[in-house]
Design a protein around this ligand. Structure first.
Ligand SMILES: NC(=O)c1ccc[n+]([C@@H]2O[C@H](COP(=O)([O-])OP(=O)(O)OC[C@H]3O[C@@H](n4cnc5c(N)ncnc54)[C@H](O)[C@@H]3O)[C@@H](O)[C@H]2O)c1
Ligand SMILES: CC(C)[C@H](C(=O)O)[C@@H](O)C(=O)O
Ligand SMILES: [Mg+2]
Length: 366
């Protein structure tokens, strides 16, 4: 298979974890005889520094000419006081909007080798297997008016029926491939947008009689996510609730550095990135956990390229390294062997080069 992939490392640990993901892409290409043409471009703070624009036209052009996008992370203290249009985060929001990447898929799966790394009790975290389906191109992040004056500030939470319908449909479709349950998370006891959201979920439910549907208020969902996470299969929610709940859910896996994500458009075109940010506190120290970026490559293989065996090989390689006790500093604990980002990637590549994945797939994300 020949594919072109836009590689946007971004800021902070973004380039470190993206380098790791690229090594995995190269290893899979060699092993399975694929050609991945990688085209690097800038986004976020790096792009502000170079082009005075967090998402320059050159980067959009590279992405336009690609089959998928791999992104690291954006942001950093250097740019924190910039005006809104020159903040690194604006580059991320703009790329999501520009490519209409409305469906953000964030799988959260307890990893047997990391059960003791989670602050949650083992009996709470074990066997958790959920997917957060986050609406990504609307809501508070994009609603107008959005402005600030000396004495006040305004953000607008707006959703159209159509925007809700398409993300809810996506969640129902994903649930069909899993345990068949959708939990829709909202704040319908207060917000008009949530009332509309709940109405749409009820309407769409008719087309999916095989799917069990429950509604949950976001405050209660935040609590249940860490007291009884196994109750969740597919969680569908609006942009900001999904942002917050996914970072919270990462504690189940032991670290934010474990969560990959896919942001996809209706035709399957997608951007793949870790859920975590640029982690300025550990940037440049060869300490970052590259698992989320590597597992995002597995999601790219599955969602954009239909390369299921290769995806399983990548996931299995990460799991094997963790089972051998190797991890980066964020997962340090008794019985763990803490290694650098580069050493960890080397271990993953060794596993990839060793292993033959059979039809028996031991570990699989969405
Ligand atoms: N998708 C993105 O690009 C994205 C996502 C979230 C935050 N951000 C940006 O990142 C910057 C820092 O934000 P933050 O500190 O709130 O969130 P963060 O996700 O960058 O970091 C939160 C904590 O988790 C740790 N962490 C995150 N990823 C890790 C990894 N792979 N390995 C080991 N530890 C990891 C960090 O060291 C930090 O202690 C901000 O500018 C923010 O806007 C970007
Ligand atoms: C950096 C920020 C704009 C982004 C978001 O809020 O969507 C991040 O937190 C994420 O989860 O991808
Ligand atoms: Mg976030």
């Amino acid at each position: 298979m020949k594919k072109t992939i836009a590689v946007l490392p971004g800021d902070g640990i973004g380039p470190e974890v993206t380098d790791a993901a690229v090594k995995v892409l190269q290893s899979i290409a060699m092993r399975y005889g694929h050609t991945f043409h990688l085209k690097h471009a800038v986004i976020g703070g790096a792009a502000v520094d170079q082009f005075d624009n967090p998402l320059p036209q050159q980067t959009i052009d590279v992405c336009d000419a690609s089959d998928a996008i791999l992104l690291g992370a954006v942001g950093g203290t250097k740019w924190d006081n910039n005006p809104a249009h020159l903040r690194p985060e604006k580059g991320l929001l703009n790329i999501r909007k520009h490519f209409d990447l409305f469906a953000n898929i964030r799988p959260v799966k307890a990893i047997p080798a990391l059960l003791t790394s989670s602050p949650l009790k083992e009996e709470v975290a074990k066997e958790v297997d959920m997917v957060i389906v986050r609406e990504l191109t609307s809501g508070l992040y994009f609603g107008e008016p959005k402005r600030r004056s000396e004495k006040s500030a305004v953000d607008t939470l707006v959703y159209t029926r159509e925007e809700i319908e398409r993300i809810v449909n996506q969640a129902f479709e994903i649930a069909r491939t899993r345990r068949g349950k959708v939990t829709s998370v909202d704040k319908a006891n207060v917000l008009e947008t949530s009332k509309l959201w709940r109405e749409v979920v009820e309407e769409r439910k008719a087309a999916y009689p095989d799917i069990e549907v429950e509604h949950m208020l976001v405050d209660s969902a935040a609590m249940k996510l860490i007291t009884n996470p196994r109750t969740f299969d597919v969680v569908v929610t609006e942009n900001m609730f999904g942002d917050i709940l996914s970072d919270e859910a990462s504690v189940i896996t032991g670290s934010l550095g474990m969560l990959p994500s896919a942001s996809i458009r209706s035709d399957g075109f997608g951007l793949y990135e870790p859920v975590h940010g640029s982690a300025p506190d550990i940037a440049g120290q060869n300490k970052a956990n590259p698992s989320a970026a590597i597992l995002s490559v597995a999601m790219m293989f599955k969602h954009s390229f239909g390369l299921h065996t290769e995806a399983a090989a990548v996931e299995q390689a990460v799991m094997s390294v963790l089972e051998d006790g190797y991890c980066t500093g964020d997962l340090a604990g008794s019985g763990k062997r803490v290694v650098s980002t580069e050493q960890y990637v080397t271990k993953v590549i060794e596993e990839l080069e060793r292993e033959f994945v059979s039809e028996h797939i031991m570990y699989s994300y969405v």
